[in-house]
Design a protein around this ligand. Structure first.
Ligand code: GAR
Length: 214
């Protein structure tokens, strides 16, 4: 039987769409958004995937929202919960509940530039290399064992928008790849807190670099 995942989104849903398009050897049981107007919901519905809303604005506290969210997720009994542009800070209780089963994509080369406005942060810092990271979620925001990273050059004329677009292209490559490894049972969370990737096409820490062969 194929392993089952639930995808959490908050908006556009382009990473979710990349996962849907990748024909991964897994079942996407549902897509859940914390925003009723998230564009990604319609995209999921159009592909025959159950799309649900757990509206954070209907909850007075993070704790009750996270509880409602966990209940909605657990009805689908997923083996993995995949954050794809899910823009809520999660409570420690929620994160502990999904320990080792919660994956995120972040638009920077972590541990650089956690939080919001990562492309602005990168431009302000003057870095020449930026990128994105797929990682397991831990209680420390935008930290946790790294599964894959893609490096993206910062060009002299880049604006936040052009840089974001270049990074997003890489996100759409590494997230499906990381999910494929997971679905094929090739990811191990090692005792030292790092992630092992068995037999990846680019196994050296699962790093993608511009111009390098896949
Ligand atoms: C993506 O760039 C994703 O990495 C980022 O939000 C965007 C969502 O786009 N996530 C975070 O910043 C999480 N901290 P999408 O809805 O089109 O996938």
């Amino acid at each position: 039987m194929k392993p089952r995942i639930v995808i959490l989104i908050s908006g556009r849903g382009s990473n979710m769409a990349a996962l849907l398009a990748a024909s991964l050897p897994l079942e996407i049981a549902a897509v859940i958004s914390n925003r009723p107007g998230a564009a990604g919901l319609a995209l999921a519905t159009a592909q025959g995937i159950a799309a649900e809303v757990v509206d954070h604005q209907a909850h007075a506290t993070r704790e009750t929202f996270d509880q409602a969210l966990a209940e909605a997720i657990d009805r689908h009994q997923p083996q993995l919960v995949v954050l794809a542009g899910f823009m809520r800070i999660l409570t420690p209780a929620f994160i502990r509940h999904y320990q080792g089963r919660l994956l995120n994509i972040h638009p920077s080369l972590l541990p650089a530039f956690p939080g919001l406005h990562t492309h602005r942060q990168a431009l302000q810092a003057g870095v020449r290399i930026h990128g994105c990271t797929v990682h397991f979620v831990t209680e420390q925001l935008d930290h946790g064992p790294i599964v894959a990273q893609a490096a993206v050059p910062v060009l002299p004329d880049d604006t936040e928008e052009t840089l974001a677009a270049r990074v997003l292209e890489s996100e759409h490559r590494i997230y499906p790849e990381a999910l494929r490894w997971w679905a094929e049972g090739r990811l191990t969370l090692r005792d030292d807190g790092r992630v092992g990737v068995q037999g990846a096409a680019f196994p050296q820490g699962a790093l993608r670099v511009p111009g390098a062969a896949a």
